[in-house]
Design a protein around this ligand. Sequence first.
Ligand SMILES: Nc1nc2c(ncn2[C@@H]2O[C@H](COP(=O)(O)OP(=O)(O)OP(=O)(O)O)[C@@H](O)[C@H]2O)c(=O)[nH]1
Ligand SMILES: [Mg+2]
Length: 292
Amino acid sequence: MHEDLTHLKYLLIEIESDITACNIMSANAKLNDKVPLRIKIISMGNAEVGKSCIIKRYCEKRFVNKYLTTIGIDYGVTKVTLQERDIKVNIFDMAGHPLFYEVRNEFYKDTQGAILVYDISDRGSFTSLDRWLEELNSEINNKTEVDSIVVCVCGNKTDLKRQVDESEGQLWADSHGFHFFETSALTGEGVNELFQVLFEGVVRTCENGGKREPIAIQLGYTKEQIEAIQRLKNAKNDYERLGLYPGASKDDVNKAYRKLAVLLHPDKSIAPGSEDAFKLLVTARTALLKRC
Ligand SMILES: Nc1nc2c(ncn2[C@@H]2O[C@H](COP(=O)(O)OP(=O)(O)OP(=O)(O)O)[C@@H](O)[C@H]2O)c(=O)[nH]1
Ligand SMILES: [Mg+2]
């Protein structure tokens, strides 16, 4: 294994010099629209979330059912045309497995765009997003450079039974100023839109002298509301739904009810799922009061 990784590193150094050349060219390209703009994109996210499949779906319009883990890194180039301008996209598809950290850490430098992928049917991959962001920050180790990267957060495998609600993913992405998409590499849903927005964002950043444009956030709901909706939906019993311990008093029940009702009343809350959560809240309160 160790020998394999050493070999990979040599290979990576070669690609790395190619990318440095790309960056010099992209600076020139700003002066001349006829020269193709070269951009560097990376993929991040836990092993098996579908990073390689999303890229394959976009570039080759096909889906690979069998899991072939990426060994260290996969490199590919694709060409796109945006507003009559040719763009050469260098894609560095990273391996998500911790074993390959020593290989992929070489590749964060000079990144202009990233897809940060989780699997909506695997909550663990969603909670790992913070860790991936930490890795990006610590490898680039320059806040201005990190802030210039256009990031598209991607909840993949929408064709499977979900463990992570769309609103949770949207909220996480919004809270970091990132774009958000849900995709299925299997059906192709959302994949073209994801890359279109990513490439457009990177090109605009280049034209803007390397400064990323802020994303308009129109959320209108809070993390507290999303967490309350999740708890009402997923709790094992009515006490848990209201955030109470078994045997809570009538007063406790009413107090907890009022707090949640203010948070989730459908007339006031636009958080997705508020209406159903509010119904669950009313039913839970009625059932608990009968027991007090
Ligand atoms: N049902 C379903 N399966 C998917 C989807 N995308 C990927 N998969 C499957 O998930 C598994 C992992 O996909 P990969 O694209 O290899 O995952 P990866 O994130 O590149 O994994 P590493 O390279 O190990 O980091 C494969 O078996 C794919 O067929 C999807 O949208 N829906
Ligand atoms: Mg892969």
